[in-house]
Design a protein around this ligand. Structure first.
Ligand SMILES: Nc1ncnc2c1ncn2[C@@H]1O[C@H](COP(=O)(O)OP(=O)(O)OP(=O)(O)O)[C@@H](O)[C@H]1O
Length: 313
């Protein structure tokens, strides 16, 4: 199988600062691959290198079989890129924006018209066709940006934090549209700092400070994170948390409402039983093992320094 994206040792320095540090990557065609990490961890810089817009300081990448940076020009016509900021014209209408993008990709006039009608319908914008982009809601703008990014039917789509300005309902719809594109054979690389979005990806890489800390399917990452999760209900959770994190077996503890979510190292065989016999938990009301989440994976592989957002949709 030819990878949609294959990168080895990808590194980008800006002066003395290393924004992306020795990242290896393999993205299978027809899948959604996520970059999960906090602001500043190097997601945008990696995407810019993979689109051919930025030259790596070290390392190499082959994208859709094309070698970068040598074949960057040929690659541009085969990829779509939705940048973090809205990059269309706010003063133009939806239709004018799409016509403009169709011309950039040199779509023949009639084919362009057909494709634009189709996109307006798919992305629920038919009634907004003559509305100025600047006056639309966050969700509508983002659908317009996606329509523009796929107008030339790219084989590979890069989306840089596409839903950071969108409410949960629109976010869910947006992801339905990504899965539709994926079903039609488009490979997608999407960056996010939302755990729930990362969990929807077929595979993902967790990035921190320019480095890849882990990668795999969400389930695989959860199974192999090196810790088990136990939730504890007890009085005075704040004091309990301090006592527990002082123990070497405890990777982290975080309060979630009236419960403490405790990550216990895999070295402990049965973490719930182990916790039950600790003196500081003598007054606990409940101690039970629970399923790990991607947030737990993130905490274990970044030491919890990240600050990525948890949001449910
Ligand atoms: N052209 C540049 N010159 C100097 N430093 C840069 C440049 N571009 C990015 N950086 C730095 O590289 C680091 C990674 O930035 P990048 O934009 O890739 O992160 P990110 O994970 O996409 O975060 P965000 O979501 O905030 O965009 C940041 O510390 C940023 O300040």
């Amino acid at each position: 199988m030819e990878w949609a994206i294959e990168a080895r040792g990808l590194t980008r320095r800006f002066g003395d600062f290393t924004a992306v540090d020795d990242v290896d990557l393999q993205v299978a065609p027809g899948t959604i691959y996520g970059f999960l990490g906090p602001n500043g961890c190097g997601k945008t810089t990696t995407i810019r290198m993979l689109t051919g817009l930025l030259t790596p300081s070290v390392g190499e990448a082959t994208v859709l079989g094309l070698k970068l940076p040598q074949q960057a020009e040929a690659l541009k016509r085969q990829i779509g890129y939705m940048t973090q900021k809205f990059s269309l014209y706010e003063d133009l209408t939806v239709l004018e924006n799409l016509r403009f993008v169709a011309r950039i990709y040199s779509l023949p006039y009639r084919e362009g018209r057909r494709r634009i009608d189709q996109l307006l319908s798919i992305y629920g914008l038919t009634e907004n066709a003559n509305q100025r982009a600047g006056s639309m809601s966050g969700g509508q703008r983002q659908r317009l940006a996606l329509a523009a990014a796929v107008i030339h039917q790219p084989r590979l789509l890069f989306l840089d934090e596409p839903t950071s300005a969108v409410d949960p309902e629109n976010r869910r719809e947006f992801w339905e549209q990504l899965f539709d594109l994926c079903d039609q054979g488009t490979s997608i690389l999407v960056s996010t700092h939302y755990m729930d979005e990362a969990e929807r990806c077929h595979r993902l890489a967790i990035l921190e400070r320019g480095q890849k800390r882990a990668d795999g399917s969400p389930e695989g990452l959860m199974d192999n994170m090196g810790a088990k999760v136990v939730e504890v209900a007890a009085p005075d959770l704040r004091a309990l948390k301090q006592q527990l994190v002082a123990r070497p077996e405890v990777t982290s503890a975080a309060q979630l409402g009236a419960r403490l979510r405790v990550l216990v190292s895999d070295q402990v065989n049965d973490p719930a039983s182990w916790l039950r016999q600790l003196p500081e938990l003598a007054g606990a009301n409940a101690i039970e093992a629970v399923r790990p989440s991607l947030e737990d994976v993130f905490v274990t592989c970044t030491g919890g320094r990240g600050g990525a957002s948890h949001a449910k949709s």
